[in-house]
Design a protein around this ligand. Structure first.
Ligand SMILES: [Zn+2]
Length: 355
Protein backbone atom coordinates (compact mmCIF):
# COMPACT_ATOMS: atom_id res chain seq x y z
CA UNK A 1 0.00 0.00 0.00
CA UNK A 2 1.23 3.50 -0.81
CA UNK A 3 1.36 5.81 2.18
CA UNK A 4 -0.09 9.26 1.56
CA UNK A 5 2.33 12.14 1.14
CA UNK A 6 2.62 14.25 4.28
CA UNK A 7 2.31 18.04 3.83
CA UNK A 8 5.08 19.97 5.61
CA UNK A 9 5.04 23.57 6.80
CA UNK A 10 8.52 24.76 7.68
CA UNK A 11 9.53 27.18 10.46
CA UNK A 12 12.73 28.48 8.89
CA UNK A 13 14.74 28.78 5.70
CA UNK A 14 17.48 31.05 4.34
CA UNK A 15 16.48 30.79 0.67
CA UNK A 16 16.22 34.57 0.22
CA UNK A 17 19.63 35.06 1.85
CA UNK A 18 21.20 32.51 -0.47
CA UNK A 19 19.56 34.18 -3.49
CA UNK A 20 20.91 37.56 -2.34
CA UNK A 21 24.46 36.32 -1.75
CA UNK A 22 24.50 34.34 -5.00
CA UNK A 23 23.02 37.27 -6.93
CA UNK A 24 20.14 35.09 -8.15
CA UNK A 25 17.18 36.77 -9.87
CA UNK A 26 13.66 36.06 -8.53
CA UNK A 27 12.88 33.78 -11.50
CA UNK A 28 15.41 31.26 -10.12
CA UNK A 29 12.76 30.31 -7.60
CA UNK A 30 10.79 28.77 -10.49
CA UNK A 31 13.66 26.99 -12.24
CA UNK A 32 13.31 23.24 -12.85
CA UNK A 33 16.75 22.70 -11.40
CA UNK A 34 18.81 24.99 -9.20
CA UNK A 35 21.24 24.86 -6.33
CA UNK A 36 18.57 26.25 -4.00
CA UNK A 37 17.21 23.83 -1.40
CA UNK A 38 13.78 25.41 -1.85
CA UNK A 39 12.29 26.23 -5.24
CA UNK A 40 8.64 25.98 -6.17
CA UNK A 41 9.40 22.81 -8.10
CA UNK A 42 11.25 21.12 -5.21
CA UNK A 43 8.54 22.21 -2.78
CA UNK A 44 5.91 20.49 -4.94
CA UNK A 45 8.01 17.32 -5.15
CA UNK A 46 8.48 17.09 -1.39
CA UNK A 47 5.00 18.37 -0.46
CA UNK A 48 6.35 21.45 1.29
CA UNK A 49 3.26 23.67 1.49
CA UNK A 50 4.99 26.78 2.83
CA UNK A 51 7.07 28.25 5.59
CA UNK A 52 8.73 31.17 7.27
CA UNK A 53 11.17 32.83 4.85
CA UNK A 54 13.92 34.66 6.70
CA UNK A 55 15.41 37.99 5.78
CA UNK A 56 18.82 37.82 7.43
CA UNK A 57 21.14 40.68 6.52
CA UNK A 58 24.71 39.63 5.82
CA UNK A 59 27.66 42.01 6.34
CA UNK A 60 28.28 44.42 3.41
CA UNK A 61 31.21 42.30 2.13
CA UNK A 62 28.82 39.42 1.40
CA UNK A 63 25.72 41.30 0.34
CA UNK A 64 26.60 41.23 -3.35
CA UNK A 65 28.94 38.90 -5.18
CA UNK A 66 29.21 36.86 -2.01
CA UNK A 67 29.12 33.55 -3.88
CA UNK A 68 32.68 33.91 -5.20
CA UNK A 69 33.94 35.13 -1.84
CA UNK A 70 32.36 32.16 -0.11
CA UNK A 71 33.77 29.77 -2.72
CA UNK A 72 37.29 31.21 -2.59
CA UNK A 73 37.06 31.82 1.14
CA UNK A 74 38.35 35.35 0.52
CA UNK A 75 37.02 38.72 1.54
CA UNK A 76 35.36 37.48 4.67
CA UNK A 77 36.74 35.85 7.73
CA UNK A 78 34.55 33.81 9.99
CA UNK A 79 34.57 36.26 12.87
CA UNK A 80 33.30 39.11 10.65
CA UNK A 81 29.97 37.32 10.29
CA UNK A 82 29.42 37.59 14.03
CA UNK A 83 30.24 41.27 14.38
CA UNK A 84 27.54 43.97 14.50
CA UNK A 85 26.19 45.48 11.28
CA UNK A 86 24.86 49.00 10.79
CA UNK A 87 21.23 50.07 10.72
CA UNK A 88 21.44 51.81 7.32
CA UNK A 89 22.97 48.79 5.59
CA UNK A 90 20.45 46.45 7.23
CA UNK A 91 17.56 48.68 6.24
CA UNK A 92 18.67 48.96 2.58
CA UNK A 93 19.23 45.21 2.23
CA UNK A 94 15.88 44.46 3.87
CA UNK A 95 14.06 46.63 1.33
CA UNK A 96 16.00 44.99 -1.49
CA UNK A 97 15.07 41.48 -0.30
CA UNK A 98 11.45 42.48 0.33
CA UNK A 99 11.24 43.64 -3.30
CA UNK A 100 12.60 40.23 -4.35
CA UNK A 101 9.94 38.62 -2.21
CA UNK A 102 7.14 40.59 -3.86
CA UNK A 103 8.60 39.89 -7.30
CA UNK A 104 8.63 36.13 -6.60
CA UNK A 105 4.99 36.35 -5.58
CA UNK A 106 4.11 38.34 -8.74
CA UNK A 107 5.95 35.95 -11.03
CA UNK A 108 4.08 32.99 -9.53
CA UNK A 109 0.71 34.15 -10.87
CA UNK A 110 -1.56 32.81 -8.20
CA UNK A 111 0.64 29.95 -7.05
CA UNK A 112 2.27 31.75 -4.14
CA UNK A 113 0.59 33.67 -1.36
CA UNK A 114 2.19 35.99 1.20
CA UNK A 115 0.55 35.05 4.48
CA UNK A 116 -0.62 37.81 6.82
CA UNK A 117 -3.24 36.02 8.90
CA UNK A 118 -4.09 32.51 9.99
CA UNK A 119 -7.11 32.64 7.65
CA UNK A 120 -4.74 33.34 4.77
CA UNK A 121 -2.74 30.30 5.77
CA UNK A 122 -5.70 27.93 6.01
CA UNK A 123 -7.08 29.17 2.68
CA UNK A 124 -3.72 28.95 0.93
CA UNK A 125 -3.24 25.34 2.03
CA UNK A 126 -6.79 24.45 0.89
CA UNK A 127 -6.23 26.18 -2.47
CA UNK A 128 -2.81 24.58 -2.87
CA UNK A 129 -1.03 27.92 -2.94
CA UNK A 130 2.52 27.93 -1.61
CA UNK A 131 2.61 29.98 1.63
CA UNK A 132 5.33 32.50 2.41
CA UNK A 133 5.52 34.09 5.85
CA UNK A 134 7.93 37.03 6.15
CA UNK A 135 10.42 36.62 9.01
CA UNK A 136 13.35 38.88 9.97
CA UNK A 137 16.31 37.02 11.47
CA UNK A 138 18.05 39.75 13.50
CA UNK A 139 16.33 43.12 14.06
CA UNK A 140 19.12 45.39 12.77
CA UNK A 141 16.71 47.06 10.31
CA UNK A 142 14.43 48.19 13.16
CA UNK A 143 15.35 51.64 14.46
CA UNK A 144 15.63 52.45 18.17
CA UNK A 145 12.31 54.34 18.09
CA UNK A 146 10.71 51.18 16.58
CA UNK A 147 8.69 53.41 14.29
CA UNK A 148 9.39 51.29 11.24
CA UNK A 149 8.26 48.07 12.94
CA UNK A 150 4.67 48.94 12.11
CA UNK A 151 5.59 49.79 8.51
CA UNK A 152 7.28 46.41 8.11
CA UNK A 153 4.21 44.81 9.70
CA UNK A 154 2.01 46.47 7.08
CA UNK A 155 4.34 45.10 4.38
CA UNK A 156 3.82 41.59 5.76
CA UNK A 157 6.31 41.04 8.60
CA UNK A 158 4.80 38.41 10.90
CA UNK A 159 7.80 36.93 12.70
CA UNK A 160 10.94 38.47 14.19
CA UNK A 161 14.10 36.96 15.59
CA UNK A 162 15.30 39.87 17.71
CA UNK A 163 18.92 38.75 17.45
CA UNK A 164 20.90 36.60 15.09
CA UNK A 165 24.19 35.28 16.54
CA UNK A 166 25.63 38.79 16.84
CA UNK A 167 24.92 41.78 19.09
CA UNK A 168 22.56 44.61 18.16
CA UNK A 169 20.83 47.41 20.07
CA UNK A 170 18.15 44.98 21.27
CA UNK A 171 20.37 42.26 22.68
CA UNK A 172 23.10 39.67 22.26
CA UNK A 173 22.77 36.56 20.13
CA UNK A 174 24.21 33.21 21.15
CA UNK A 175 27.69 32.33 19.90
CA UNK A 176 27.69 29.23 17.70
CA UNK A 177 29.99 26.71 19.37
CA UNK A 178 30.36 23.00 20.08
CA UNK A 179 30.49 21.81 22.75
CA UNK A 180 28.91 24.58 24.78
CA UNK A 181 26.01 25.85 26.81
CA UNK A 182 23.42 28.32 25.45
CA UNK A 183 24.01 30.19 28.72
CA UNK A 184 26.98 32.11 27.29
CA UNK A 185 26.23 35.81 27.44
CA UNK A 186 23.88 38.63 28.17
CA UNK A 187 20.30 38.59 26.92
CA UNK A 188 18.07 41.44 25.80
CA UNK A 189 18.61 45.13 26.50
CA UNK A 190 15.83 47.31 27.94
CA UNK A 191 15.06 48.31 24.35
CA UNK A 192 14.89 44.62 23.42
CA UNK A 193 12.25 44.02 26.09
CA UNK A 194 10.24 46.92 24.65
CA UNK A 195 10.55 45.37 21.20
CA UNK A 196 9.04 42.12 22.52
CA UNK A 197 6.05 44.06 23.86
CA UNK A 198 5.68 45.97 20.58
CA UNK A 199 5.65 42.65 18.70
CA UNK A 200 3.02 41.25 21.09
CA UNK A 201 0.85 44.29 20.47
CA UNK A 202 1.02 44.07 16.68
CA UNK A 203 0.81 40.28 16.55
CA UNK A 204 4.34 39.52 15.35
CA UNK A 205 5.82 36.21 16.49
CA UNK A 206 9.05 36.56 18.52
CA UNK A 207 11.54 33.86 17.58
CA UNK A 208 13.85 32.50 20.29
CA UNK A 209 16.35 30.65 18.07
CA UNK A 210 19.80 32.35 18.18
CA UNK A 211 19.14 33.86 21.61
CA UNK A 212 21.37 33.24 24.59
CA UNK A 213 19.67 31.42 27.43
CA UNK A 214 19.45 34.78 29.26
CA UNK A 215 17.72 36.32 26.25
CA UNK A 216 15.32 33.37 26.17
CA UNK A 217 14.27 34.00 29.78
CA UNK A 218 14.05 37.75 29.15
CA UNK A 219 11.47 37.07 26.44
CA UNK A 220 9.68 34.48 28.59
CA UNK A 221 9.30 37.08 31.35
CA UNK A 222 7.68 39.80 29.21
CA UNK A 223 5.85 38.08 26.36
CA UNK A 224 2.17 37.19 26.42
CA UNK A 225 2.45 34.88 23.40
CA UNK A 226 3.49 31.20 23.18
CA UNK A 227 7.29 30.70 23.26
CA UNK A 228 8.63 29.65 19.86
CA UNK A 229 12.08 28.56 18.72
CA UNK A 230 11.72 28.29 14.96
CA UNK A 231 14.91 26.35 14.17
CA UNK A 232 16.64 24.76 17.16
CA UNK A 233 17.42 21.24 18.39
CA UNK A 234 17.86 19.41 21.69
CA UNK A 235 20.92 20.26 23.80
CA UNK A 236 20.71 16.97 25.67
CA UNK A 237 21.22 15.12 22.33
CA UNK A 238 23.78 17.49 20.79
CA UNK A 239 25.84 19.75 23.01
CA UNK A 240 25.73 22.89 20.80
CA UNK A 241 25.21 26.42 22.12
CA UNK A 242 22.40 26.77 19.52
CA UNK A 243 20.32 23.97 21.08
CA UNK A 244 17.67 24.09 23.81
CA UNK A 245 18.12 22.69 27.32
CA UNK A 246 15.41 20.57 28.94
CA UNK A 247 14.30 23.49 31.17
CA UNK A 248 13.90 25.68 28.09
CA UNK A 249 11.89 22.93 26.37
CA UNK A 250 9.62 22.65 29.41
CA UNK A 251 8.99 26.42 29.40
CA UNK A 252 8.08 26.21 25.71
CA UNK A 253 5.64 23.38 26.41
CA UNK A 254 4.03 25.21 29.34
CA UNK A 255 3.48 28.32 27.20
CA UNK A 256 1.73 26.18 24.54
CA UNK A 257 4.63 27.06 22.25
CA UNK A 258 6.66 25.25 19.60
CA UNK A 259 10.13 24.07 18.60
CA UNK A 260 10.93 23.73 14.91
CA UNK A 261 13.70 21.12 14.73
CA UNK A 262 16.67 22.30 12.66
CA UNK A 263 18.08 19.96 9.96
CA UNK A 264 21.66 21.32 10.25
CA UNK A 265 23.77 18.20 10.82
CA UNK A 266 26.10 19.84 13.35
CA UNK A 267 23.12 20.68 15.59
CA UNK A 268 21.74 17.13 15.31
CA UNK A 269 24.73 14.83 15.69
CA UNK A 270 26.06 13.82 19.05
CA UNK A 271 29.61 14.58 17.83
CA UNK A 272 28.63 18.03 16.46
CA UNK A 273 30.40 17.25 13.15
CA UNK A 274 29.41 18.58 9.73
CA UNK A 275 28.87 15.20 8.09
CA UNK A 276 26.60 15.09 5.03
CA UNK A 277 26.06 11.38 5.43
CA UNK A 278 23.81 11.84 8.47
CA UNK A 279 20.55 9.84 8.38
CA UNK A 280 17.13 11.57 8.40
CA UNK A 281 16.51 9.46 11.51
CA UNK A 282 18.69 11.95 13.43
CA UNK A 283 16.02 14.63 12.84
CA UNK A 284 13.30 12.18 13.92
CA UNK A 285 15.35 11.43 17.08
CA UNK A 286 15.27 15.11 18.14
CA UNK A 287 11.56 15.39 17.26
CA UNK A 288 10.78 12.25 19.30
CA UNK A 289 12.77 13.57 22.28
CA UNK A 290 10.78 16.83 22.35
CA UNK A 291 7.46 15.03 21.79
CA UNK A 292 8.34 12.66 24.65
CA UNK A 293 9.25 15.48 27.01
CA UNK A 294 6.60 18.15 26.28
CA UNK A 295 4.16 16.45 23.93
CA UNK A 296 3.73 16.16 20.14
CA UNK A 297 1.73 19.43 20.09
CA UNK A 298 4.95 21.34 20.69
CA UNK A 299 7.32 20.10 18.02
CA UNK A 300 7.55 20.73 14.27
CA UNK A 301 10.23 21.37 11.67
CA UNK A 302 12.46 24.43 11.09
CA UNK A 303 14.67 23.05 8.34
CA UNK A 304 17.22 25.86 7.83
CA UNK A 305 17.16 24.92 4.13
CA UNK A 306 19.59 27.05 2.11
CA UNK A 307 21.37 28.09 5.29
CA UNK A 308 22.77 24.82 6.58
CA UNK A 309 24.38 21.48 5.78
CA UNK A 310 21.37 19.15 5.45
CA UNK A 311 21.49 15.33 5.73
CA UNK A 312 22.08 13.76 2.30
CA UNK A 313 19.06 11.55 2.77
CA UNK A 314 16.88 14.68 2.57
CA UNK A 315 19.14 16.87 0.42
CA UNK A 316 16.60 19.60 -0.24
CA UNK A 317 12.86 20.29 -0.06
CA UNK A 318 12.16 17.55 -2.62
CA UNK A 319 13.37 14.94 -0.10
CA UNK A 320 11.02 15.81 2.75
CA UNK A 321 9.02 12.61 2.40
CA UNK A 322 12.13 10.73 3.54
CA UNK A 323 11.69 12.50 6.86
CA UNK A 324 8.02 11.43 6.86
CA UNK A 325 9.24 7.84 6.50
CA UNK A 326 11.68 8.24 9.42
CA UNK A 327 8.92 9.75 11.57
CA UNK A 328 6.59 6.83 10.77
CA UNK A 329 9.36 4.39 11.68
CA UNK A 330 9.77 6.25 14.98
CA UNK A 331 6.20 5.25 15.78
CA UNK A 332 4.18 8.45 15.46
CA UNK A 333 0.53 7.86 14.51
CA UNK A 334 -1.29 9.73 11.72
CA UNK A 335 -2.69 12.40 14.01
CA UNK A 336 0.73 13.11 15.51
CA UNK A 337 2.33 13.14 12.06
CA UNK A 338 -0.17 15.78 10.89
CA UNK A 339 0.57 17.92 13.96
CA UNK A 340 4.34 17.68 13.60
CA UNK A 341 4.37 18.24 9.84
CA UNK A 342 2.07 21.28 9.65
CA UNK A 343 -0.82 21.58 12.15
CA UNK A 344 1.31 22.73 15.09
CA UNK A 345 2.71 25.61 13.06
CA UNK A 346 -0.77 26.65 11.96
CA UNK A 347 -2.01 26.56 15.57
CA UNK A 348 0.87 28.52 17.07
CA UNK A 349 0.83 31.18 14.37
CA UNK A 350 -2.90 31.60 14.87
CA UNK A 351 -2.46 32.04 18.62
CA UNK A 352 0.43 34.47 18.16
CA UNK A 353 -1.09 36.60 15.41
CA UNK A 354 -4.51 36.72 17.03
CA UNK A 355 -6.09 37.28 13.63
ZN1 LIG B 1 19.38 30.81 11.86
Amino acid sequence: MMTASLPFFDGHNDTLLKMLIYGEKPDRFFAESSDLHISLHKAEQGNLVGGLFAICVPPPELSSGGKEKLKNKTGLNRTRRFQPIGYRHAYDITLKVLRQFFEIKRLSGNKIRIIKSSNDLVEAIENRQFSLVIHFEGAEQIDASMENLEIFYEKGLRSLGIVWSRPNIFGKGVEIRFPGSPNNGEGLTVLGMELVKACNKLGIMVDLSHMTENGFWDVARVTDAPLVASHSCVHNLCNSTRNLTDIQLEAIGESNGLVGVNFAVQFLREDGEKVLDTPAMEIARHIAYIAGKIGPRHVAIGSDFDGATIPNEIGDASGLQNLATALRQTGFNDEELAMISHKNWIRVLKETWRA
